[in-house]
Design a protein around this ligand. Structure first.
Ligand code: ADE
Length: 335
């Protein structure tokens, strides 16, 4: 028997993610203003026969930064090479990627706030004048050498704009923030994905999944795939609202789209720190999570829902959070 392990599910999901990824502007739903501005930058560069300027996308994870970079490379009619900031460990890693690019190609670097300082310094000159400044040898014998690289378009993505070094930020011709999606757009994305996956789903189920997707397409697609699994196991051809509700219950996704990990963070603030304020490090160690995971994954949505507030003293759980978890708020906090 073929058993689905977490590893095989991950590979399957990655293949599906590529399959679901929009390839053209028309297929890319939402972020209309960003799309419009990008389209003008690209068309103008095409008309002038110049490479498209370097672009930066920032916003929460799962909002389509990588997807957008792929759409852009396609619209430009150029190839794309992708990597992530932390994987560029040495200057040689960057030099090797840059020297192997084709003219006009896109280099997409995810998590670009995590590029090491020395690598970032080499990148600055490459972004500026498409030249690498290499240092050969060490000590008094050291010499510098300039090496031209193909003209390319750098697309950076980050969840944390404030951590991006100033010199890198200054080298982008366009900086764009990706927003959370509306329920309407998420419904369109779910319908499009269901079509590609050849799964029948009724409108009430689409609406339910959209409201539980944390305003994020990646989560909408993930929930759709898991509910599809549930329907397959139940032997149902159609995902109805009832089927979706049962699937979401099994996944422990509640009416606000919170998952067990989100509720754990809220409970931690309320039960271990009296509702806050609590500093991010204390909260992370108490919840057994990395501070970055809380900052990048959990906190943005909890703040968006108004369940957490950030004060100079730390995170505070709001009355909405107490209400959501069904915990009575201490009287002193109500004053
Ligand atoms: N899948 C992920 N993001 C998407 C988007 N913005 N439009 C369509 N499908 C998507």
């Amino acid at each position: 028997m073929f058993v689905k392990t977490p590893a095989t599910t991950k590979i399957e999901d990655e293949t599906l993610d590529t399959q679901l990824r929009p390839k053209t502007w028309d297929e890319y739903i939402g972020q209309d203003k960003v799309k419009q501005k990008l389209n003008i930058i690209i068309e103008a560069a095409k008309k002038r026969g110049e490479p498209v300027e370097h672009l930066l996308f920032y916003g929460n994870s799962g909002l389509g930064k990588t997807t957008l970079a792929h759409v852009i490379s396609r619209v430009m009619g150029k190839g794309i090479k992708t990597c992530s900031g932390p994987t560029l460990e040495k200057t040689g890693d960057l030099a090797s990627i840059l020297t192997n690019l084709q003219d006009g190609e896109v280099l997409f670097v995810d998590e670009c706030h995590r590029i090491q300082r020395l690598v970032a310094e080499m990148l600055y000159s490459a972004l500026e004048d498409f030249k690498l400044h290499l240092i050969l040898g060490k000590g008094p014998m050291a010499r510098t050498m300039e090496l031209a690289v193909p003209r390319f378009t750098f697309i950076g993505a980050t969840t944390r704009l404030s951590l991006l070094p100033g010199p890198l930020r200054n080298r982008f011709g366009g900086i764009f923030q990706l927003d959370f999606y509306t329920s309407e757009d998420l419904e369109k994305i779910i319908r499009r994905s269901a079509n590609i996956l050849k799964v029948a789903i009724d409108q009430d189920a689409v609406r339910l999944l959209a409201t539980r997707s944390r305003f994020t397409p990646r989560i909408a697609n993930r929930l759709l795939k898991r509910v599809r699994d549930f329907a397959t196991v139940e032997g149902s051809e159609l995902i109805t609202k009832e089927m979706a509700t049962k699937g979401l219950e099994l996944l422990e996704v509640d009416e606000s789209g919170l998952e067990p990990e989100d509720r754990k963070i809220l409970r931690c603030i309320i039960e271990r720190f009296g509702g806050g304020p609590v500093g991010i490090k204390a909260l992370a160690s108490s919840a057994a999570e990395e501070p970055e995971t809380i900052l990048d994954i959990y906190e943005p949505y909890l703040m968006q829902l108004g369940f957490i507030e950030r004060t100079p003293q730390g995170r505070v759980a709001t009355s909405l959070a107490y209400k959501h978890l069904g915990i009575a708020m201490p009287q002193r906090d109500l004053l």
